[in-house]
Structures are given as structure tokens and as C-alpha cells.
Design a protein around this ligand. Structure first.
Ligand code: NAD
Length: 484
């Protein structure tokens, strides 16, 4: 087994939900697989007064399903220390520095530090400036900062945030998490597109009619009503995950599989997004909706959720038509939809091909579906001849869906992304230019919707969104392929 990368993690927000559900399990898996050796330590910080022992118990609890043995888990957890900390208080950073230096020596870490900001972004600027000013940044090792979403709430606030962070850390030290970019099947999009001649050659407007992206959740806002009511689906999902997927699905082949080349090609797509048309009539390219009580009356509507304004106009659903204004893609709409309390939880892409050029058959479109989650894999819907006399067609589905066991065993997004940070690989993280350009696009839609102050279309909870989402495609003679 390798020695693994040496690193001291300092996790801000160590008592939070994300740390417990995702970060500790991810770090444990990296430890178990040898990507982290014994030269690693974690300082967890948050407001609560926890002892090291209590913190280590929390960490052990979070990895209880994954552990090889109690001893192994205990050895792993012994690398964790807790420091109660108010991010606004300068003197706490001195204590944090002393502890960091002590652990660096104790575990022979050589100054490598990963600062994980798993807290509200309103604290990012304060934390990064203190890290720099109170000398938590080392001279001898690498210093990398992992930043959670949301990165601002519009272009202006994201720029302000970025400027604040840039005052202390350079762009190449920043790892902006978009966990979709860590998902196996999202990473597989480039492999599928650029390693199969059959697909590579037909990935263009001559062959593809339209591309459909569906990121649907069946849950409502749960405990996040307060945040969500200010955010909405457009900011929460479209600015980041949806636009990242759009760029991966349509970018040109990078010259090499390097961070710089991949980002360059993604940026070319984001820069070419046509300004969205947003109106209150049928010409609109973006529609929104909010979930109402379900048809059976069992599931409450959004306005009845905890910490949500009872007259809220916040959208819990967005569907849109994205046009990439290049010769290659102008005629191929990318339809997207995402929302909460939809009929089913799924993330998938359906690539709808044009009918054959022969006119010999009344053929149905070939559809390539990329299943991102919870199922992972591909499905390809083809036409083939029905057995028997004549030349009648029927559809056949080629399916390469990974087994539940394979999915279960494959590394989770956070595990892969944290490993990338350890390796200094930024390919699967969002560059500031990508974030800025996506916000500028989304801001145009937001601005229009904010000016439509009177109403919002409703959809019954646990359906696939408002009728307007279907009309959007029907106006172009298309239909959603995926129907829950
Ligand atoms: P959370 O509310 O559960 O935890 C927040 C943490 O910040 C807690 O540890 C709290 O003690 C700490 N904190 C708050 N104010 C503080 C202060 N003044 N000084 C010191 N510590 C303070 O939040 P979470 O769900 O763990 O999310 C953390 C970040 O990750 C957020 O930016 C969130 O948007 C993002 N995120 C979370 C999820 C998720 O699934 N939970 C998913 C994607 C992104």
C-alpha cells in the first residue's frame, strides 16, 4: 500500500450535516484505500463546544457502515481533533494555528493543508482572510481551499465573494465543489463522447434533434426552507449543476485531458449561450413552477413548508430551452428541467437523434439515455425489424445499467473530489470564469421572473412539473422522453 498523500484537513463547519454525511465517510474511504496514509490529521472546527473524544465518537458514528473493524475505525478517528471556534474571532485563529502546527509535526505532514469551508458562504471571506493573516497558510507545503456551494446568489455577489477570497488565495488554490462533477456518470460523458467513433461522429446538429437533461428530486425542501425560499431552483440547480452538464455534453474535444484544456472547451460553450427569452406567453424559453398539495392530498404544498413565506413566489421547478449560439449547435435545443417534489428522483440525460435519412421506414428516433443517478449506465433505444414477414419496425433497448452492487461499491462523488484535491487536480471543479459566466446567464432569467410579481404556475406535488414544461417542447414539435 502506498504511503498516501500527507495532509492536514481543517474543516470549518465540522458539526454540520455535510461533514457528517459526506466528508468523514469520504476521508475514511480514502484512508482505507491507502490514498491517505498515517501522515494525515483533521481539525474540525465549529461553534459547539466539543471535546476531542466526543468529536472522534461522532466521526466513528458517521463511518459505522463502512468500517473494517472497530480498531481500524478507532485508529482512523484518532487522527481527528476538535477546536471550538467562532469564525469572526481573530484570537481563535491563533489557537487554530498552534494546533495545526502541532499536528503537522506530530503526524509529519510537511505543511500540506486543505481548508474545507463547509459553512455558509457568508463566512468564506472572513475565514480566508484570517487564514492568511494569522499565518495558517504554510510556506513549505501546498495550501488548498475547498469551497461548497452556493458560490454567491447572482453575478455581483459571487464576484464580491471571489474578490474577497482572491485577496488571500489564488485561483489555482481554490477548489469549488460542484458534486455533480464528481459523479461517475457525469465524468463518463466525456469518455462516452470522445472514445467511441460511432458516437463522436454523430454528436452534432446533423444527427441530434435535441438533448434533454432531467435532474428531479422527489423530496421537498425538508429543513432547508429558509435557504431555499431565497434561492429557488434556478439558483440552486441551474447555475451550477445543469450548466456544467450542458457544457460537458456539448464542448469540443479538448486537445488533452488536462484541467486547462477541459476548462477552455467548457468555457467556449458557456460563452456561446444565447441570451434566454423569458416572457409570460408561449414565446418564453424558460418556465417555472411551484409545488402545490399532491393530488391525493397527502403531501403538502411548498407554501405550507416550514420557514417558507406563505405567499412565496419562489420556483421549486424550472424547465428551459438552452441554445448554444454556434454553427455546430444553434439548431439543437438543450431542454433542461429540475425541481423538487417531482414524481421521481432521477438525474439523467436523453439524447434524441433525428429520424433516418432514407425515408424507407416510419422510424422512431434513436434515443441514447445517460443515467446519472440513482441508476448508473446507458440505454440505447433503436429500431429493429419485427420478427416475421414484412418490414414492420419495433423498438429495442440496449441496456448497460450498472448493478446496484457496482454502484454501491464505486467511489462516491465526495471521495473522488477530495482525492482530486489531494492530488492537486482541478479538472472536476468549477473555475471562477465558469461560475461568473453561468451567473450572468441565470441572472437574466431571474431578473425577468422577479419582474413578474403576480403569480407562479403551480404543479401538484409528485408530478413532473407544470403543463408549461410540456408546452415548451411541444411548441418545437418535441416531447420529454422521460416520463415518470
Ligand atoms: P449546517 O448548517 O448543517 O452546518 C453549518 C456548520 O457551520 C455547523 O458546523 C455550524 O456550527 C458552523 N457554523 C455556523 N456559524 C458559525 C460561526 N459563526 N462560527 C463557527 N462555526 C459556525 O450546514 P451543512 O448542511 O453542513 O452545509 C455546509 C455547507 O455545504 C453550506 O455552504 C451548504 O450550502 C453546503 N452544502 C451542503 C449540502 C448538504 O447536503 N448538507 C449539499 C451541498 C452543499
Amino acid at each position: 500500500m502506498s504511503q498516501g498523500t500527507k495532509a492536514l484537513f481543517i474543516i470549518f463547519g465540522a458539526t454540520g450535516d455535510l461533514a457528517h454525511r459526506k466528508l468523514y465517510p469520504a476521508i475514511y474511504k480514502l484512508y482505507k484505500k491507502g490514498f491517505l496514509g498515517e501522515s494525515f490529521a483533521v481539525i474540525g472546527t465549529a461553534r459547539r463546544e466539543w471535546s476531542d473524544d466526543y468529536y472522534q465518537d461522532v466521526v466513528m458514528d458517521s463511518i459505522s457502515d463502512l468500517t473494517e473493524s472497530e480498531d481500524h475505525a478507532r485508529t482512523f478517528a484518532s487522527h481527528f481533533r476538535y477546536q471550538s471556534h467562532n469564525v469572526n474571532d481573530t484570537k481563535h485563529y491563533h489557537t487554530l494555528k498552534d494546533l495545526a502546527d502541532k499536528l503537522d509535526e506530530e503526524y509529519d505532514i510537511d505543511g500540506n493543508r486543505i481548508f474545507y469551508l463547509s459553512m455558509s458562504p457568508s463566512f468564506f471571506g472572513t475565514i480566508t482572510s484570517h487564514l492568511k493573516e494569522q499565518n495558517l497558510v504554510t510556506e513549505n507545503g501546498f495550501n488548498r481551499v475547498i469551497i461548497e456551494k452556493p458560490f454567491g446568489s447572482d453575478f455581483n455577489s459571487s464576484k464580491e465573494l471571489n474578490d474577497e477570497i482572491n485577496a488571500s488565495f489564488d485561483e489555482d488554490q481554490l477548489y469549488r465543489i460542484d458534486h455533480y462533477l464528481g459523479k461517475e456518470m457525469v465524468q463518463n460523458i466525456l469518455a462516452l463522447r470522445f472514445s467511441n467513433r460511432l458516437i463522436e461522429n454523430s454528436w452534432n446538429k446533423a444527427s441530434i434533434s435535441n438533448i434533454q437533461i432531467t435532474l428531479s428530486e422527489d423530496l421537498g425542501v425538508e429543513e432547508r426552507g429558509e435557504y431555499y425560499d431565497k434561492s429557488g431552483a434556478l439558483r440552486d440547480m441551474v447555475q451550477n449543476h445543469v450548466l456544467q452538464m450542458v457544457s460537458l455534453l456539448t464542448m469540443n474535444s479538448p486537445k488533452a485531458f488536462t484541467t486547462e484544456e477541459v476548462r477552455k472547451e467548457k468555457m467556449a460553450i458557456l460563452n456561446a449561450l444565447k441570451d434566454p427569452v423569458v416572457t409570460q406567453d408561449e414565446d418564453t424559453e424558460f418556465v417555472r413552477g411551484q409545488y402545490d398539495t399532491s393530488i391525493d392530498g397527502e403531501t403538502k404544498g411548498y407554501r405550507d413548508e416550514d420557514k417558507v413565506d406563505p405567499e412565496s413566489l419562489t420556483e421549486t421547478f424550472v424547465a428551459g430551452k438552452i441554445i448554444i449560439d454556434t454553427d455546430k449547435w444553434r439548431d439543437t435545443p438543450i431542454y433542461i428541467r429540475t425541481g423538487k417534489r417531482l414524481a421521481e428522483k432521477t438525474s439523467r440525460v436523453d439524447v434524441v437523434f433525428k429520424p433516418s435519412q432514407t425515408a424507407l421506414f416510419d422510424d422512431k428516433p434513436t434515443v441514447l439515455s445517460i443515467l446519472v443517478s440513482p441508476n448508473e449506465g446507458f440505454k440505447l433505444l433503436l429500431n429493429n425489424k419485427k420478427i416475421g414477414p414484412g418490414m414492420e419496425l419495433e423498438s429495442v433497448r440496449l441496456s448497460a445499467v450498472r448493478s446496484e452492487e457496482t454502484v454501491e461499491e464505486s467511489p462516491e462523488a465526495y471521495e473522488k473530489l477530495i482525492l482530486d484535491v489531494l492530488n492537486g487536480d482541478e479538472t472536476h471543479f468549477a473555475h471562477w470564469q465558469e461560475v461568473a459566466t453561468s451567473w450572468k446567464y441565470v441572472d437574466q432569467i431571474r431578473k425577468k421572473w422577479d419582474s413578474f410579481t403576480d403569480s407562479i404556475p403551480f404543479y401538484p406535488a409528485l408530478t413532473m412539473g407544470p403543463d408549461e414544461a410540456d408546452t415548451l417542447l411541444q411548441n418545437d414539435g418535441n416531447n420529454w422522453i422521460y416520463k415518470a
